[in-house]
Ligand binder design. Structure first.
Ligand code: MG
Length: 255
């Protein structure tokens, strides 16, 4: 099932994507299940929004693809290296990434995102995927210069609009199905790598994170980016595509 959050006629609703329609749900499926209203909205008439607004946090992992760690001169860490992005950084498909005046170098990082469906605390890796509601696409937008000069990453990773999510949540995504992440800027391929190249698996990341802090329904886990990160300039459009999950497309402009 593909779940979208959308606006239509001034109302924000959730729906199941059914070919060219959205089957409108009674409420947020994370909390209200999949009860339908009997109403259908053509996809063409709806504006898709971020499919989830994390209630508490976006958890992300650094250097989880060997070739990406190497391109920035870093080693892969033996344990997952976590950081947080504020939920105020989340925007949806088509929304503008705003390049802040404080940075001269804002990079794209195309990533697979897992959406937590059930409260998770001290979850073993063997059962960690049971806590996932579904998967979507993320762009872990990063002010690369500030990441270095600040010494820690809260600002560099946390600006408003620095976490595009979407276009929808796929509840039946197959982690072992050979999916590939491709990031394009104005149509030119910048990043391309199979999610099978992750150093720490999605299950391991969730287990590790949930041993530190409680994961709540709607929290989002970003799972790292393959090699090829690079700058986004004002006026360019970034597309992150993951096999089976669609394309997340966002233009960029200066603040
Ligand atoms: Mg990242």
């Amino acid at each position: 099932m593909r779940i979208a959050r959308f606006s239509h006629q001034d109302a924000i609703r959730y729906g199941i994507v059914d070919e060219t329609d959205l089957v409108v749900l009674a409420g947020d499926p994370l909390f209200a299940g999949f009860e339908t209203t009997g109403v259908r909205v053509p996809l063409a008439d709806a504006a898709l929004l971020a499919p989830v607004i994390p209630r508490s946090k976006v958890v992300a992992i650094a250097r989880n693809y060997r070739d990406h760690a190497a391109e920035l001169g870093n080693e892969v860490s033996s344990e997952p290296m976590l950081f947080l992005k504020p939920n105020t950084s989340v925007v949806g498909p088509g929304d503008t990434i705003v390049l802040p005046p404080q940075s001269q170098r804002v990079d794209h990082e195309g990533e697979l995102a897992a959406v937590i469906g059930t409260i998770a605390k001290n979850v073993p890796a063997e059962r960690a995927l049971d806590y996932v509601f579904g998967y979507t696409i993320a762009n872990d937008v990063t002010a690369r210069d500030l990441q270095k000069t600040d010494g820690q990453w809260s600002r560099a990773k946390g600006f408003d609009t620095f976490c595009p999510l979407g276009p929808a949540i796929e509840t039946e995504f197959d982690l072992a199905g050979g999916a590939v992440i491709t990031t394009r800027v104005d149509g030119q391929v910048r990043q391309q790598g199979p999610i099978a190249d992750m150093v720490h698996s999605v299950a391991e990341i969730i287990a590790y994170a949930s041993a530190a802090f409680t994961l709540l329904p709607g929290d989002v886990i970003l799972t790292g980016t393959p090699a090829g990160v690079g700058p986004i300039a004002a006026g360019q459009t970034v597309e992150v595509e993951i096999t089976g999950l669609g394309v997340l497309r966002n233009p960029a402009r200066s603040a």
